[in-house]
Design a protein around this ligand. Structure first.
Ligand SMILES: O=C(O)CCC(=O)C(=O)O
Length: 296
């Protein structure tokens, strides 16, 4: 099993305490009552979303890796939101709505929440929605834009495995991506095939209706939906110039190079990256083990 502590849950927090105890230290926390006065707290469920945005065509993603010439961010299907929600109500396990821009696509929903004043400069043009059904999973990744995130959660339970950026060396990051190897099951890790996972130290955050999870910049997260749920993410972009440059580099260079190479080379490009991931991670692991042997 992975070494995981439980993410701290608190009822409320002042702006000053949030900045000092969580934002400054880049420490995740669950805020239990931040959304309790929002209309979304009462309203957001399948029926309501069908009513207000059911006619929208939504892109949907599944939990399989993109292979061959398919872009890693290409959707698996597109359909009316109400049809997708019907599928979830009837037990759909895999398809997810991911990073759906509410302001651009379903602005009526912006009336249902506000931007909490807790010490994050939240960017008001990019409130995004995530939806999934019981059993859906989101592969281990960190956000390309290095934002500080407030993940505001409604509906059934969802579990989030969290790892700080310093643990990247154990997470089998695939080159030209922001994700771990697709095949790794973080719920039942295979320590023989992926020995670096034994060294991971992280947290498990269990989100229930109304909870808000603070995910600090660059944190890795792997998500398991235990029931149908709807999460709104509010984000604060990095303000340090060095991190902001990394954001631009990721968006302009890394993402496009991968897309282009998949288009031109296809599957051999993906396989090359997977092999490189394993080799690089295991080489580094061996180096660290030798270092500690020499000091030990
Ligand atoms: O909750 C989800 O489905 C995904 C959330 C996520 O990955 C994110 O906020 O970056």
């Amino acid at each position: 099993m992975l070494e995981l502590s439980t993410t701290k849950r608190i009822d409320s927090v002042s702006k000053e305490s949030f900045i000092n105890q969580y934002k400054f230290l880049q420490k995740p926390v669950i805020l239990k009552r931040l959304t309790q006065d929002w209309p979304a707290h009462k309203k957001w469920d399948s029926e309501y979303l069908k009513k207000v945005a059911g006619e929208n065509i939504v892109p949907l993603y599944d939990s399989k890796p993109s292979t061959d010439h398919k872009h890693q961010y290409a959707p698996e299907a597109k359909m009316k939101f109400k049809k997708y929600l019907d599928l979830l109500d009837h037990g759909e396990k895999d398809l997810r709505l991911f990073f759906y821009n509410i302001l651009a696509e379903a602005p009526v929903l912006t009336k249902d929440f506000s931007y909490p004043d807790i010490g994050l400069k939240l960017y008001k043009k990019l409130p995004v929605l995530f939806v999934g059904g019981k059993g859906a999973k989101v592969q281990m990744h960190f956000d390309i834009d290095y934002s500080d995130i407030l993940l505001c959660h409604f509906g059934g339970k969802k579990r989030i495995y969290l790892f700080p950026p310093e643990q990247s060396k154990y997470l089998y990051r695939v080159p030209f991506s922001f994700s771990s190897l697709f095949n790794i099951d973080f719920q039942k890790p295979d320590f023989v095939k992926y020995p670096a996972l034994k060294y991971l130290k992280g947290e498990l955050a269990e989100l229930n209706h109304g909870d808000v999870l603070y995910i600090p910049s660059g944190y890795w997260h792997y998500i398991v939906y235990d029931d149908i749920s709807f999460s709104l993410s509010l984000r604060a972009f990095p303000r340090k110039p060095k991190i902001f440059l990394k954001l631009l580099y990721n968006i302009i260079f890394v993402k496009n190079i991968d897309g282009l190479m998949r288009k031109i080379i296809g599957q051999p490009w993906n396989e090359r990256n997977e092999k490189k991931t394993i080799n690089k991670t295991h080489k580094l692991l061996k180096k660290n083990q030798n270092k500690s042997k020499n000091y030990g």
